[in-house]
Design a protein around this ligand. Structure first.
Ligand code: PEP
Ligand code: MG
Length: 560
C-alpha cells in the first residue's frame, strides 16, 4: 500500500481502479499496452478522430472570419490528414495486427508518416512532418476515458481518474456513471475544477505532485477526501477503516436531511437567504432537493464549455428559460460569461498570457466583444419572463465598466422593444465584488446596481496576492485575514447606505467556521454548492447574531 498526501477537494470516501486521463502525462509516448479488445480501441480511435475533426472545423471557421483564408488553410490541411485513408488504415491495422492500444497505434502511425515526410523532397513536404505530429497529438488528446461511446461494461466499473491536472471542461466530459473520483498532481482547493467537483459531488484529492506515479495505473485506489489522502492498493484494515468512516459521513448526511424544508433563520430571528451555486441545468435537481432559497450564482460560462463554437442566442435562451421555470419564481442570478484563466474555451481563441488571472477575462472580454455579450444579454432578458432572473456581472473594477454595461443592456432592451419581444422590465442587476478596487469604490458602485455578490475566491486571490490555483501557497489563502474581513464589512456598510443587499458566493460561504462572522458583518445571502446548503442552514439556525456581532466587529481592530 502507498499513501499519498494532497489537498482534499470534496468530502467523501470512494474506491475504484485508477485510470490515466492525460495522455501526454501517462501515454503519449511509445508505450504499448497489449489488448485483444480491438473493437473498443478502434471505437475509441473513431470517436477521438471525429472530435478532432469537429475541433478543426471550428478553428478553421474562426480563423477564416477573424484573420483570413491564408492562416485558416492549415486547419483544412490538418483535417485532410485526419481523413487520409492510409493514415486511418495504418492506425486500425496496428490495433488489430499488433494487439495494441489506440494511443500507441496513433503514435506509431505518426512516427512512420513523419519519417516519410522528412525524407521527401522539398521544404513543403518536410514541413508536413510537424503537421502530422500536431494532428496525431490532437487525436490522442481527444482520446480518453470520458468517451461517451465506450463499451457499456466500462460504465459499470468504478473508476478513479489520475491526471497531472484537469481543466473544468475536461471534468465535465467525464463519464459520471463510472468515474467516482479523481486525483491530480496539480490543483488546489479554490480552482474552478475543484469548485465544480464539489458542486457535482465528485470526490477528489489534488496537489499530489510527484507522489502520483504512472505505474499506479490499474491499481485499486481509495480516496479519503476529508483527510486529503489517497491510498494506492489499500490493505484490508485500511479499507475496513475507510468504510466505517464513510458510514459515519452517511449518518451526518441523514441528520442534515432533517433540515430540508426548514427556514433559514437565526436564533434571534434574522432571515438569511441560503442559495445554491450551479453550473448546469443538471445541478437543479440537487438544488430543489435541499430547497435552497434560489440560485445565488449560475456560472454561465459552463453553457459555453464542451462545445466547438459559441452557443447561439436561441440555445442560451432555452437553457436560461429552463432554469427560471424549474426554480418556480425563486431568484436565479445568472452571471454573464466569465471565461479566462483556468476556464479556457478553445473557440474563444484567448491569447496566452503570463498572468491570465489579471488579464483578458470575464467582463473585459464581454466589453471587448459586444456581439457575444449582447447575444447573451438578449437570451437572458427573453428568459426573464419565465421566472425571477437577475443578472450578475463579474470582475468589475471601475464605475466606467458598469456604465458601459448599462448602456449595452439598454441597447439590447431597445432592440427587444422594437421587435415587441417581452422581458422583465424590472429585472435586477448586480455585480461581483471580487477585486479590491470594487471594494474601495463600493459606495459609488452601490448607487448603480441592485445587489452585490462578493466573490471571495478572487477577492482573496487579488488582495492577499495568493494565486488561488497554486497548491504551494494554499495555506496563505486565508479568508479569516483581517484585511478580507474589513473589506467585507466596508462593502456591507456601503451597500446598507444605498439599501442594497450583499451576498457571498465564493467557496468560503460554505465554511461553517465563518458563518457567524459573515452574518455579523452584514452579509444576508450565502450561496454555496448544493451539497452544502443543509449544513449551512443547520449552522445559521444555531447562531444568535446580535449576541456575537459586537465582539466580532471589535476583533477587526488589532487592539486585543
Ligand atoms: C469568486 O471569485 O469567488 C467567484 C464566485 O467566482 P469564480 O470562482 O467563478 O471566479
Ligand atoms: Mg471570481
Amino acid at each position: 500500500m502507498n499513501v499519498l498526501k494532497g489537498v482534499g477537494i470534496s468530502g467523501n470516501i470512494v474506491f475504484g481502479k485508477l485510470k490515466a486521463f492525460k495522455k501526454d502525462f501517462f501515454s503519449m509516448n511509445s508505450e504499448k499496452i497489449y489488448t485483444e479488445d480491438h473493437e473498443s480501441e478502434i471505437e475509441k480511435y473513431k470517436c477521438a478522430r471525429k472530435l478532432a475533426m469537429d475541433q478543426l472545423d471550428a478553428v478553421y471557421k474562426k480563423v477564416l472570419s477573424d484573420i483570413g483564408e491564408e492562416h485558416a488553410a492549415i486547419f483544412q490541411i490538418h483535417r485532410m490528414m485526419i481523413e487520409d485513408i492510409d493514415y486511418v488504415n495504418s492506425v486500425t491495422n496496428i490495433i488489430t495486427d499488433e494487439n495494441a492500444n489506440a494511443e500507441y497505434a496513433v503514435w506509431l502511425t505518426s512516427r512512420n508518416f513523419e519519417h516519410a515526410f522528412e525524407n521527401a523532397e522539398g521544404d513543403y513536404m518536410q514541413q508536413r512532418a510537424s503537421d502530422i505530429r500536431d494532428v496525431s497529438k490532437r487525436i490522442v488528446s481527444c482520446m480518453s476515458c470520458f468517451s461517451e461511446n465506450k463499451k457499456n461494461e466500462d460504465k459499470k466499473k468504478a473508476m478513479i481518474i489520475g491526471s497531472d491536472d484537469l481543466m473544468p471542461s475536461e471534468l465535465l466530459e467525464l463519464n459520471r456513471n463510472s468515474v467516482k473520483g479523481f486525483i491530480t498532481m496539480l490543483g488546489s482547493k479554490n480552482s474552478h475544477t475543484s469548485i465544480l467537483a464539489r458542486a457535482m459531488n465528485i470526490t477528489a484529492v489534488a496537489g499530489l505532485g510527484d507522489q502520483l506515479r504512472p505505474e499506479y495505473e490499474g491499481c485499486n485506489v481509495a480516496i479519503d477526501s476529508l483527510a486529503g489522502i489517497v491510498y494506492i492498493s489499500p490493505d484490508k484494515t485500511t479499507v475496513r477503516r475507510l468504510k466505517k468512516k464513510k458510514e459515519l459521513c452517511g449518518q451526518r448526511q441523514e441528520l442534515l436531511n432533517s433540515f430540508k424544508g426548514k427556514e433559514d433563520i437565526t436564533l434571534d430571528g434574522k432571515e438569511v437567504s441560503i442559495c445554491a451555486n450551479v453550473s448546469h441545468v443538471s445541478d437543479l435537481a440537487a438544488v430543489c432537493e435541499c430547497n435552497a432559497r434560489g440560485i445565488g450564482l449560475f456560472r454561465s460560462e459552463f453553457v459555453f464549455m464542451g462545445r466547438s463554437d459559441y452557443p447561439t442566442e436561441e440555445e442560451q435562451f432555452k437553457i436560461y428559460k429552463k432554469v427560471a421555470k424549474q426554480m418556480k419564481g425563486k431568484p436565479v442570478i445568472i452571471r454573464t460569461v466569465d471565461v479566462g484563466t483556468d476556464k479556457r474555451i478553445r473557440y474563444f481563441d484567448l491569447p496566452n498570457e503570463v498572468n491570465p488571472a489579471m488579464g483578458y477575462r470575464g467582463i473585459r472580454i464581454c466589453l471587448d466583444r459586444p456581439l457575444i455579450f449582447k447575444a447573451q444579454l438578449r437570451a437572458i432578458l427573453r428568459a426573464s419572463i419565465f421566472g425571477n432572473i437577475k443578472i450578475l456581472f463579474p470582475m468589475i473594477c471601475s464605475l466606467d465598466e458598469i456604465l458601459q454595461i448599462k448602456q449595452i443592456l439598454n441597447e439590447v432592451k431597445e432592440e427587444l422593444d422594437a421587435k415587441k419581444i417581452e422581458y422583465d422590465g424590472k429585472l435586477h442587476i448586480g455585480i461581483m465584488i471580487e477585486t479590491p478596487a470594487a471594494v474601495f469604490i463600493s459606495d459609488v458602485l452601490a448607487k448603480e446596481v441592485n445587489f452585490f455578490s462578493i466573490g471571495t475566491n478572487d477577492l482573496i486571490q487579488y488582495s492577499l496576492a495568493v494565486d488561488r490555483q497554486n497548491d504551494k501557497i494554499n495555506f496563505m489563502f486565508n479568508p479569516h485575514h483581517k484585511a478580507i474581513l474589513r473589506m467585507i464589512k466596508l462593502v456591507c456598510d456601503n451597500a446598507k447606505k444605498s439599501g442594497i443587499i450583499v451576498g457571498i458566493c465564493g467557496e468560503v460561504a460554505a465554511d461553517e467556521s465563518m458563518t457567524e462572522t459573515f452574518l455579523s458583518l452584514g452579509v444576508s445571502e450565502l450561496s454555496v454548492s448544493a451539497p452544502f446548503v443543509l449544513g449551512i442552514r443547520k449552522k445559521v439556525r444555531e447562531i444568535n447574531v446580535s449576541a456575537v456581532c459586537g465582539d466580532i466587529i471589535r476583533a477587526l481592530s488589532f487592539d486585543d
